[in-house]
Design a protein around this ligand. Sequence first.
Ligand SMILES: [Zn+2]
Length: 288
Amino acid sequence: MKTITNRFFTLASGLLLAAGAGSALAQRDYSNVEVVPHHVAGNYYYLEGAGGNIGVSIGDDGVIMIDDQFAPLTDKILAAIRSLDDGPIRFVINTHVHPDHVGGNENLGRMGLLILARDEVRVRLESQLPEVALPVMTYSESITIHLNDDEVTTIPVPPAHTDGDSYIYFRNADVIHAGDVFRTVAFPVIDQGNGGTLDGTIDGLALLIGMAGPNTMIVPGHGVPSSREDVMEFRDMVLDVKARVQALVAQGMSFEQVMAARPTAQYEAKWGDPERFLTAVYSELSGN
Ligand SMILES: [Zn+2]
């Protein structure tokens, strides 16, 4: 992975400088990326482009935006938002620290938009991004924004995908923007380097299930809007894989032996390559 990253970085570094992009990961060619809005419920939409899904709530009071993908996509993202609503963008909320979710912060910060995130997100971004790209307002507990006849609540999640994850709940639209704790296209990503944990992932998914009602739409960081039942299935899979790996670790198995035992076999058709997930699960359960 590192090799590929470095190779692309070399190829694209000229472009990067030209674009003034703050993120070293904003290195691919985005010229063919289309940013497509999808309506979910009420006045909530999400934008699909490259990187994490962007949440957009529109209305008379203006726009609330969740995450901002990569810097080279900012113009396309703003155009997609303008196709929905031409009011002011009042808040930008970062669900967590990853570059495919905060890569547009610098551009949006320069426009004077107010960026919000958990304390942990700002602390981690301080060493990676210029001051103008950092969240201006940070929180450690839930806060609620009252706009567009809705209550928009940011909810801190236990250390799951990272240690700075938030869910954003739109009460009237009945939508939860879940960020990367929940995804429909892959096994969970537990970024231990940024404070993510297996047990926090399990607790975070339980929190999400508890918040959701039978008709709530749950928008993942990557993938498509889903139901509470879909999150339950994902959570049950994580619990099952944890139990299986725990039994293998109790037998003294190495990581290679655990991989060979294929504890995720029945889930791979749906969620793909398990290696990264199993690496994190094994490391947390074995202490290695
Ligand atoms: Zn992420």
